[in-house]
Design a protein around this ligand. Structure first.
Ligand SMILES: [Zn+2]
Length: 488
């Protein structure tokens, strides 16, 4: 653990804000505007000089950056590197102060600078959007990724240097896998990366876990729950597990409860289940401070590495501390691919707070514990009268939260597969042994009506193995929870 993080966690709030303002101003002045073609244009168009950004409050004078901006640049060969910091000798001459330029006179200093800014690693966005966006990291960014990994283990309270961890994120150029792997390498903890279900199947993961007897399991909620349920059924013993860390998607309290129950059957005495929040564009992730599942203290963020603003989704107006709104992110210590005021599309209920954490006492700010997508909506013609917007992530939360549900999938299709017909929404589900179908179906329909105002056209009951097959639990990188079979 770096001493810098330890210091930040106990620093005075005013001091942290001053540090953040100073680092933001330096980042804009000496890196972002000088070396990013995109942001040079943005500043010119806004009539701003780099020195006009002196504090976090000044960010509001700049426009937002969206995924569409990144995709547009990426698909144009001439603008491909517009979001990457590229320090050419001309740009350095034009933008850096004399004292900083003088330090570059030696060949050694030039080589250090080259290393600092030359990408040597990439991750891609996953998401449902067709085109993945590429994010480049330099050796400097890899050091940040490692440092953040160590900070995450610290927030999760993994103090024991002999702690054993299983990383079940799929092997892929995605943030979740690498953030986790680097955390193990940086802290010297034993970290076994299995690659998840696609690489060695459920049985392989269970065998390895049983052999290692880990204290911590890390993975996606869908795969971890599946693995624990299977393990409990097969009589696998995982007595030592006391922490499960979930990434990549929202986890309902009902789902956490089901996981804890399965682990109890495998011999684990007490387990904390915590979330993480991360996104490709930040090139790092943030850990949920462990506490009672009913009252999450939220995710600890790093004021020395980035800025989170909270804005009203419709107007883009910056909101005050503790107000619910969309998270907007600006990294302040990165190289490689860099965004500024990036619209995450994630809504933080309760926004961001600088109050000391009630659970751990750290003074670094926190994103409130409940996150949702601002819009994960699909337009559907369920009736002849008008179109309906269906919020898929809320729909999924309602289903996965039910204690009777083992696996589920939502299918959007055309009635009778006829392209001219109305749309249909069908819920496929497997339930726990002993669940009575008729009362369960009634309950599911009621919960969906109350939660998302949708009445499914059908509920199909399947066995859990059948569900695992249609979800692609062991064959896909990410299980297929939502299947849109309508013609495009
Ligand atoms: Zn805390």
């Amino acid at each position: 653990m770096s001493s810098r993080w330890t210091g930040l966690c106990r620093a005075d709030t005013a001091e942290l804000r001053r540090l953040q303002d100073a680092r933001l101003a330096l980042h804009v002045r000496e890196r972002l505007v000088p070396f990013s073609a995109h942001y040079r244009r943005v500043f010119d168009a806004a009539g701003l000089k780099p020195r006009d950004v002196r504090s976090v409050a000044d960010l509001a004078r700049l426009p937002f950056t969206t995924k569409a901006d990144l995709l547009a640049a990426q698909s144009d060969p001439a603008r491909k590197r517009d979001f990457v910091l590229v320090p050419t000798p001309e740009l350095i001459r034009a933008h850096w102060p004399l004292a900083k330029k003088l330090k570059l006179l030696s060949e050694e200093a030039k080589e250090t600078l080259r290393r600092e800014y030359t990408p040597n690693f990439v991750t891609f966005t996953t998401g449902r959007s067709a085109d993945p966006v590429v994010f480049a990291y330099t050796p400097h960014d890899m050091r940040i990724l490692s440092e953040v990994g160590a900070r995450m283990l610290d927030v999760h309270g993994i103090q024991d240097p002999l702690a054993r961890i299983v990383n079940m994120f799929p092997f892929a150029p995605h943030l979740a896998f690498w953030q986790t792997a680097m955390a193990g390498l940086e802290t010297g903890r034993m970290m076994l990366s299995t690659g998840g279900g696609k690489v060695m199947g459920t049985a392989g993961n269970l065998r390895l876990a049983e052999r290692l007897q880990p204290h911590v399991l890390i993975g996606t909620p869908g795969f971890v729950y599946h693995l624990l349920r299977e393990g409990a059924e097969r009589g696998t013993r995982l007595d030592a597990v006391n922490l499960v860390i979930l990434g990549a998607e929202k986890v309902t309290p009902g789902m956490k409860h089901k996981m804890a129950e399965a682990l109890a059957r495998m011999g684990s005495k007490q387990v904390v289940i915590s979330g993480t929040y991360g996104f490709t564009e930040a090139r790092m992730a943030f850990s949920e401070c462990p506490a009672d599942p009913a009252v999450s203290p939220g995710y600890h963020i790093y004021p020395d590495l980035g800025v989170f603003e909270v804005v009203e989704p419709e107007t883009g107006r910056v909101l005050g501390e503790g107000q619910t709104g969309e998270l907007v992110y600006t990294p302040i210590d990165g190289r490689g691919t860099i965004v500024c005021r990036y619209r995450t599309g994630d809504l933080a209920v309760g926004g961001v707070t600088w109050e000391p954490c009630p659970a751990c006492g750290r003074t670094v700010p926190r994103i409130a514990g409940e996150l949702r997508r601002v819009s994960d909506q699909r337009a559907m013609n369920l009736t002849k009268i008008k179109g309906t917007l269906v919020d898929l992530s809320s729909l999924g939360s309602v289903i996965s939260n039910l204690p009777e549900v083992e696996e589920w999938q939502v299918v959007l299709q055309k009635k009778d597969d006829d392209p001219h017909e109305l749309d249909e929404l069908v819920v496929r589900v497997s339930t726990r042994p002993g669940t009575d179908r008729a009362p369960f179906e009634k309950k599911l329909r009621e919960e969906l009506m109350v939660g998302v105002e949708v009445a499914p056209n059908g509920v199909e009951f399947k066995t859990t193995p059948e569900m695992l097959e249609v979800l692609g639990m062991e064959t896909e990188m990410k299980e297929k929870r939502f299947l849109d079979r309508r013609p495009k």
